[in-house]
Design a protein around this ligand. Structure first.
Ligand SMILES: [Zn+2]
Length: 230
């Protein structure tokens, strides 16, 4: 059920009863933005079949993330489907379970001081993360669109997206993610093999832009029929 302004009644009731100590207004606003971005990504075909997950930092001390709960159809994503989790992925607000991949979001936030983390399962990232796995990563170089990545000022930039072996053991995978990010400071994202893309940003707007840039470039690479780092 929704109120006239469109907010689920449950969330409004929760706001009145809030005793968590974090900023509920901030959480709701962030969840609305994440839901809108998620629906947009679904429309682009990047998060079909309940795949993908999205998070943003709502507090740093103590750390709190707004994050999608697991198993959702991203085409109809609503703010009420977001959880607030702490630095151990325990749910502090909302109903449902966080995705197992919440540990990866937390690892990225810690390693990169990111404000938001977005994860997609596009056809393009799935194709390239498998085809280029033996090289350990995917190089993107020479494209004007690279200038959409934070801190990149020229098409001559070479962006290296590490490709990590996929795993269902998220504790182990989160450790490998942290290690890969330590080894390659300044990277804007990575691929999980035969799985998808993780990228992030200082802000949610920056993270969204990075998804758009990297998905665009991966589609270009696949459509051109060859990765440029042969
Ligand atoms: Zn995934």
């Amino acid at each position: 059920m929704r109120t006239r302004k469109g907010r689920p009644r449950k969330i409004l009731a929760q706001r009145r009863a809030d005793s968590n100590g974090t900023n509920l207004q901030g959480f709701l606003k962030t969840a609305e933005s994440l839901a809108e971005i998620g629906r947009g990504f679904y429309a682009r075909g990047w998060v079909l079949g309940t795949s993908g997950n999205f998070s943003a930092v709502v507090a740093r001390e103590p750390l709190r993330l707004a994050i999608t709960s697991t198993g959702l159809d991203k085409g109809g994503l609503t703010p009420a489907q977001f959880l607030e989790i702490d630095d151990k992925a325990n749910v502090r607000r909302g109903d449902g379970r966080p995705s197992a991949e919440a540990l990866l979001h937390l690892a990225i936030v810690r390693s990169e001081n990111a404000g938001a983390v977005l994860h997609t399962h596009s056809v393009w990232s799935t194709v390239l993360s498998g085809a280029e796995a033996r090289r350990g990563g995917l190089a993107l170089e020479g494209y004007e669109m690279l200038k959409g990545l934070a801190g990149v000022a020229t098409h001559k930039h070479r962006e290296w997206l590490p490709i990590l072996e996929n795993s269902q053991d998220m504790v182990e995978l989160a450790d490998r993610v942290s290690e890969a990010l330590r080894e390659k400071p300044g990277t804007h994202g990575f691929l999980l093999q035969d799985h998808g893309l993780y990228t992030w940003g200082e802000s949610l707007a920056e993270a969204k832009r990075h998804v758009e840039i990297l998905e665009f470039l991966m589609e270009v690479v696949v459509r051109c029929g060859a990765a440029p780092n042969a």
